[in-house]
Ligand binder design. Structure first.
Ligand code: ZN
Ligand code: ZN
Length: 377
């Protein structure tokens, strides 16, 4: 197998290259050897991977100094783990936009660095009205949340002396185990069985929290409702989730559920509603006034000769756009209202109207044709 090339040589930069120089060199080489540009080219694929590996190591300050000291024979073995560098999937667009940085920063330390214990995330759902998302607003929410127990300061121990460092894991909560699999020695990190992964041993437990270190308290949270927010938005409150001893608290998510409006449906920034009108109102036209979410009344002008299933659009009276200025529209769908019950007077009036407003059955075929034509145009 060919000797592994020096990372600086791979990127074509000097040993004291700056971060910007490294990035520039990586970007141009990665573009050149990208598989999308060199389909079915094994050489290009190998070079692409080589460039990635070199950049992954040199763009990480810890890894770079390690490499400067030991070269490819770092005492800890390959920084990428026993399998060596596996290559990462970067698309060409990311190479132009710089979206690849996070891919490389996530490569090291995964699995080896103990992230410690973490409490569960908690989801709280809160109902708000459409009016409340019309303007950016603040809201106070009171909820029972998990916090550190007051009596023991979240330690779970009766007194500070009841709290001891776990000697099995040296307070780490995790232990390294070696397992022999054939000729190989495998190292595994697992939770310490003696302290339940907490790194601590409690001799006498706090009676208030029974050693959990957590208690539930009513808390008031201030939340900010963004203007024009969508249904189901989740706001995160870091560290307000489940509290655990000797670990990181989980996060609290507050989900904003928007109650259905009595008549509006929402379509992004637009509002949609149906308006029932009687036959005379459709024929003669009318003006309708409704209370509206912005506090002013919504005036809908129905022109004479309107037809059912036609729409009227009132511009700029919908919901505010989430980004930028302005508001969406209100779309009003016209529906024909037919009374449920008729009395004799109504029926005789209609009978009188029939000759002038009705559609004689003899003309029906023509009318059907015209309707189809209009519909298709
Ligand atoms: Zn332990
Ligand atoms: Zn306690």
């Amino acid at each position: 197998m060919a000797e592994k090339r020096d990372y600086y040589e791979v990127l074509g930069v000097s040993k004291d290259a700056s971060d910007a120089e490294l990035k520039k060199a990586f970007r141009s080489l990665a573009r050149k050897h990208h598989p999308d540009k060199n389909p079915d080219d094994d050489d290009a694929e190998r070079l692409f991977k080589e460039v990635q590996e070199a950049y992954a190591v040199l763009s990480n300050p810890d890894q770079r100094s390690q490499y400067d000291m030991f070269g490819h024979d770092s005492p800890g073995g390959s920084p990428f783990g026993p399998g060596g560098f596996q290559g990462v999937n970067i698309n060409l667009d990311d190479l132009f936009s710089g979206g690849f940085d996070s891919i490389f920063s996530g490569l090291f330390g995964g699995g080896r660095a103990s992230r410690g214990r973490r409490g569960h995330d908690v989801l709280l759902r809160h109902s708000i009205t459409l009016e409340q998302v019309f303007e950016e607003s603040e809201l106070e929410i009171t909820a029972d949340l998990s916090t550190a127990c007051d009596s023991c300061d979240g330690t779970g121990a009766k007194t500070p002396d009841d709290l001891q460092h776990c000697s099995t894991c040296d307070g780490q909560g995790r232990i390294m185990q070696q397992a022999r699999v054939g000729p190989f020695v495998q190292q595994m990190v697992s939770d310490c069985p003696d302290c339940g992964a907490t790194g601590r041993i409690i001799l006498n437990r706090c009676s208030d929290c029974r050693g959990t270190g957590a208690s539930t308290n009513e808390q008031t949270l201030r939340i900010n409702i963004p203007r024009g927010t969508d249904d189901g938005l989740r706001l995160r409150h870091r560290g307000k989730g489940e509290h655990i001893t000797n670990g990181q608290s989980g996060d609290l998510y507050i989900q904003l559920d928007i109650d259905p409006h009595p008549w509006f449906e929402r379509d992004g920034p637009d509002l949609v509603m149906a308006l029932p009108l009687g036959y005379p109102e459709m024929m003669l036209g009318t003006q309708v006034e409704l209370p509206h979410i912005d506090g002013d009344s919504l005036v809908i002008s129905v022109p004479p000769g309107s037809k059912p299933s036609e729409t009227i659009i009132v511009q700029g009276r919908g919901m505010p756009h989430r980004r930028g200025r302005g508001r969406g529209d209100v779309t009003i769908l016209l529906k024909l209202h037919i009374p449920e019950k008729f009395n004799k007077t109504m029926l005789s009036t209609l009978e009188e109207m029939r000759p002038s407003f009705g559609l004689p059955t003899s003309d029906i075929e023509d009318a059907v044709r015209r309707e189809a034509q209009d519909r298709r145009n």
